[in-house]
Write a protein that binds this ligand. Sequence first.
Ligand code: HEC
Ligand code: HEC
Ligand code: HEC
Ligand code: HEC
Length: 233
Amino acid sequence: MLRHLASLALASALVLFAAGTASASGLLLDPSEPEGNAACLECHSQPQTMVRDGKTISVHVDPEAYNNSVHGIISCSRCHAEAGPEHAADPTKPLGLPTGRALRVLKSEGCVKCHAGLYPASYNESFHGIAVKNGDERAATCVDCHGVHDIQPSRVETSSVAPANLPNTCGTAECHPGAPENFAKGKEHFVVAERESGGLHIVYKFFMGLILFDTMKDGPIVMFELLRRLTHK
Ligand code: HEC
Ligand code: HEC
Ligand code: HEC
Ligand code: HEC
């Protein structure tokens, strides 16, 4: 067991060192859970459900998908601080989490603990980020694009954000149905720098203003996201 933990720690350190993108602060594994995720998964690998706000919600986590995901090396509790030791003792006691959309928004705010820099910065100035901040009920949160317990980097073929899968990920009935084939071409995460050609920046601000207006009145959005991409050379 100790050897297993040591190699896990080493692997975590190597991954962090090699990739250098997630500047995770502190330990990846939670010292209060030296057994890693085995205890959580012992229950959560079961096809269980719970009832919250009158809705039946799955609490199943696929252990294989989780362990093979890019977050397989981190403790569940790094994203679920609400589930402390008292939870295992009495799982039916509600943890005070919201449900549905509000949960996605709340938990996506937590991604930023470890993923600083470009990703949150570009998201915050993207159409999605601005709309979510303004309470829009449909615009994508981090997990709407990336997934939840099965996140893979875009270079992996099965990733929801792999280039070949983007038309499917973006083109769902709730998001951008009928979006043109090349709708998702180009980078998702980029920032329009102030010092970039003044004209471009003004055009960008102008469309962001329009988008905000559009969000408020709940109109069609595909066109504006296209424009954001077009204004980015
Ligand atoms: C003894 C079994 C057991 C263990 C161990 C366990 N859970 Fe749970 N968990 C459950 C059950 C059962 C539910 C559904 C509760 C209900 O029906 O009200 C649940 C619900 C949850 C919820 C949703 C709760 C809510 O109120 O919205 C989260 C999040 C969660 N578990 C995370 C974890 C994490 C993280 C761990 C490990 C640190 C863990 N659980 C360990 C059985 C367990
Ligand atoms: C990278 C962050 C992250 C990690 C690590 C993580 N989760 Fe989650 N978890 C989420 C997010 C985000 C949601 C909300 C998903 C949604 O709204 O569809 C969630 C939802 C859940 C829920 C359903 C709660 C509800 O009220 O609907 C359970 C249960 C759960 N996670 C258990 C676990 C267990 C067990 C592990 C470890 C094996 C784990 N999670 C690891 C991010 C994470
Ligand atoms: C406790 C820290 C932590 C939290 C919270 C966290 N991550 Fe991660 N994430 C990591 C680590 C560690 C890696 C693996 C190292 C790496 O590849 O950058 C990673 C990798 C990733 C990758 C692949 C990066 C790459 O370049 O390969 C994506 C995408 C990702 N996380 C998305 C998310 C999303 C979305 C959330 C919120 C639901 C989230 N992460 C929350 C620590 C975290
Ligand atoms: C609209 C969909 C979308 C949203 C919302 C989104 N991402 Fe991404 N993300 C992508 C795509 C597509 C890529 C692939 C690289 C690119 O296009 O910039 C990516 C790449 C990444 C990567 C680098 C690893 C990889 O897979 O290439 C990380 C880390 C990441 N996103 C984190 C986040 C976080 C954190 C949030 C929320 C603050 C977020 N993303 C919101 C679509 C999205």
